[in-house]
Design a protein around this ligand. Structure first.
Ligand code: GLC
Length: 751
């Protein structure tokens, strides 16, 4: 597409490109050879509706492979795996002639209550950013666009289309935008989807600072900004802010608004030129892809879904090595989810799976001992007491007659969904009652969880083994059997903290807000950052996950690369009996920080496959830019100099070794003014020495002699505004202060 081609369009044609032709398609310009393309969900499989569209997963869609949602795949920490899943989704999109897949979502899990946490990767922006970039890479490798969403600060479902996320600049930059920036700069998504909500009072769809200043001018994004479906409140303001494409189509309403705005002079036609060029370029990009020969290889994609699910199951607890089970064990499989799996979340991401494994069938297929099944409970809302009692009795009978009971618990679909948040973080009471009865009948009990959002583990002390299965996609039943019998050695680790109590969680007092405003009162302290800063015990920390083998970490060493990146090297050995994968994590901290910092922050990680006895060297690279904090005084990223500690860890609370590295800091030229404190002026490289000399000359030791023992005069003066010294009776006139602030001695000051 050339500028001449844009110039050849009428203004009506340009405007037509900027709004969908219908629910899922862009507009075609037949006379100019611009075809329509389909944009559809995402993110963990293809949701292509043939008939009328809806954005809530209500209508049917063509069969597609339902891979594990992000909550599960995020737990794999596996960049290569997620890229391969992205490639498979891209392939299915090509087969179905879809131009853009709406995903991945990289919003931060601020509260366990968020109904859509199942669609997001982590409470940590580095994990979300690195894994989100891998998904984008995979999808786009097939010539299909990805749509990085929901940009930005969309961390709840309550009032999602209006709520204003009130977040301070540092957490905004360092937590909520960071993952998006990482994906845009590393994977260059073809589209970014703006979120529904407001950010500090401004709709994301109309926020020029967000959509143009940050996204394009700072991060270099060159694709199309598309609205979330129905997110545009004012089309003219949205286009002026940088929102190129409104979805779904407004049946000409917004097109007329744009034309009227150009006609009355309130909108420059060049804004339409720029946006139309971007949409046209996107259409051309998707048209350039190679076709896929032959139909979808359902079995191959199902196998990949099973591999992905197996790498997403977190072994939280395994006392006495109860797991893996012996295939010849007599097993009682208990819990409705074993036969009627909860494998994905509700809403726009709901996939119509090509197949669906049931765990009880997969366990039976792999077991050589007896396998009994009892539903134990009903996931329906209302169950007659007599039925509940019967189901419980059947579960107890099954458990009593078996060597081991495997109890499948979880959140019924109604309790968590796109569009609304949860009311609590507990498992349903009826399920816990069945579990207790089963444990009373058979202490060899394994719990397998199916949940999109974190649940508290009130039962944990009573059971020897717990698998957190999250939502595992269509092959989750087979993957669960693989892990139960040790065909797959669990390697996943938590990307979200499991608290002991919901009341301990960071957003507990600020969620979901009220009167359409939600205050991000916890600031930087999201997830493990919070629990560590407050030294709170947790059920299981961020980064935790066990294995059927053991790993030993060798001593770590660090070096600084030319550009200032820090490289930490170590060896990891599989010291156990079976092959496994270890997710090695690297956290940084700056003990001498002059700014507020969480105790440690994840900066790099690696998933390391190891055969029994094998040792591998692991190199973890920390980008220097990832050590920066956002300095609100100068509105930019700053790396503070000092000796950083880098913790090599198996989880955020299992540090194996620490190396220290001296990092040179960035100069920070904080503008000085009369309101600058004496401390700030003294810290300034130019003005500081001048003021220090002047203070020494002016005060000598007299005041110190008057101070009570140990009271530090400089601390007392540190926060004193320099401009008021002159009015404070000191022998200082305002001209001297102004000269000092200009960081050059005035004639008076020298006398
Ligand atoms: C939804 C979701 C978004 C989805 C879109 C289209 O409301 O917020 O993630 O891609 O609409 O279904």
């Amino acid at each position: 597409m050339t500028s001449q081609e844009i110039d050849s369009l009428t203004i009506e044609e340009k405007a037509a490109l900027l709004s969908g032709a219908d629910f899922w398609h862009t507009a075609a310009l037949e006379g100019h050879g611009v075809p329509s393309i389909m944009m559809t969900d995402g993110p963990h499989g293809l949701r292509k509706q043939r008939g009328s569209g809806d954005h809530l997963g209500l209508g049917d869609s063509v069969p597609a492979t339902c891979f594990p949602p992000a909550v599960a795949m995020g737990s794999s920490w596996d960049v290569d795996l997620i890229r391969r899943v992205g490639e498979a989704i891209g392939t299915e999109a090509v087969i179905e002639d879809v131009g853009v897949v709406l995903g991945p979502g990289v919003n931060i899990k601020r509260s366990p209550l968020c109904g859509r946490n199942f669609e997001y990767f982590s409470e940590d922006p580095i994990v979300a950013g690195v894994l989100g970039a891998a998904m984008v890479d995979g999808i786009q490798s097939r010539g299909v666009g990805a749509s990085l969403k929901h940009f930005a600060v969309n961390n709840q479902e309550t009032d999602r289309m209006r709520v204003s996320a009130e977040v301070d600049p540092r957490p905004l930059r360092e937590i909520y935008l960071r993952a998006f920036g990482r994906v845009v700069t590393d994977a260059r998504p073809w589209t970014v989807m703006c979120s529904y909500n407001r950010v500090n009072g401004v709709y994301a769809s109309e926020d020029r600072w967000l959509l143009t200043t940050v996204l394009r001018e700072e991060w270099g994004f060159d694709g199309v900004v598309v609205s979330d479906w129905g997110a545009v409140d004012d089309r003219v303001r949205a286009l002026a802010a940088g929102l190129d494409l409104e979805m779904p189509g407004s049946r000409g309403v917004s097109t007329a608004q744009l034309l009227a705005a150009v006609a009355d002079g309130s909108l420059d036609e060049s804004a339409l030129d720029v946006a139309a060029a971007r949409v046209w370029a996107l259409v051309e990009r998707t048209g350039a892809r190679a076709p896929v020969s032959g139909p979808l290889d359902v079995d191959a994609h199902h196998a990949l879904a099973r591999e992905a699910a197996g790498r997403s199951i977190v072994l939280l607890k395994n006392d006495g090595g109860l797991l893996p089970l012996s295939p010849d064990a007599d097993i009682a499989v208990i819990g409705a989810f074993a036969a009627d799996p909860r494998y994905q979340g509700a809403g726009s991401s709901m996939i119509n799976p090509t197949r669906l494994d049931r765990a009880v069938d997969e366990i039976r297929a792999m077991a050589t001992g007896s396998v009994t099944y009892a539903a134990g409970f009903d996931t329906a809302v209302d169950v007659a007491e007599s039925d509940a009692a019967r189901l419980l009795d059947e579960a107890v009978a099954a458990a009593s007659g078996a060597e081991v009971a495997v109890v499948f618990l979880g959140l019924p679909a109604r309790l968590e969904s796109e569009g609304y948040d949860r009311d609590d973080v507990d498992l349903p009471a009826n399920q816990l009652a069945v579990l207790q009865a089963v444990v009373d009948a058979n202490s060899n009990t394994v719990v397998v969880l199916s949940n999109g959002g974190v649940v508290t583990l009130s039962f944990a002390a009573n059971v020897p083994a717990i698998l957190e299965g999250w939502l595992l996609g269509q092959a989750g039943g087979g993957a669960t059997a693989d892990v139960l019998f040790g065909v797959v050695n669990p390697s996943a680790k938590l990307t979200e903290t499991i608290p002991l109590r919901f009341a301990d969680s960071p957003a507990y007092l600020d969620f979901p807000g009220e009167f359409s405003r939600v205050r991000y009162g916890e600031g930087l302290f999201v997830g493990y950052r919070w629990y560590d800063a407050r030294d709170l015990d947790v059920a299981h920390p961020f980064g935790h996950g066990l294995s059927y083998t053991t790993f030993e970490y060798g001593p770590a060493s660090a070096s600084t690369a030319a550009g200032g990146d820090v490289e930490v090297s170590l060896t990891v050995t599989n010291t156990g009996p079976v092959a496994g994968r270890e997710i090695v994590q690297l956290y940084s901290s700056l003990p001498t920080a002059t700014t507020q910092r969480p105790p440690r922050e994840l900066k790099a990680f690696a998933a390391v496959p190891l055969e029994p006895g094998q040792t591998r060297e692991v190199v973890l690279v920390v980008r220097r830019t990832d050590l920066a904090y956002w300095d609100v005084r100068v509105d930019s990223w700053v790396v503070e100099g000092g000796t950083y500690s880098f913790d090599v860890a198996a989880s955020s609370r299992d540090v194996r070794s620490t190396v220290r590295v001296e990092v040179a800091g960035d100069p920070v030229a904080v503008p000085l003014s009369r309101t600058s404190s004496i401390g700030e002026v003294l810290a300034d490289p130019a003005a500081g020495p001048i003021l220090r000399a002047a203070m020494a000359e002016m005060m000598g030791d007299a005041p110190a002699a008057m101070m009570p023992e140990g009271v530090d005069l400089s601390k007392l003066l540190d926060s004193f505004p320099i401009g008021r010294v002159a009015m404070f009776g000191a022998d200082v006139d305002p001209a001297m202060v102004d000269a000092l602030l200009a960081a050059r001695p005035s004639d008076d000051a020298e006398t």
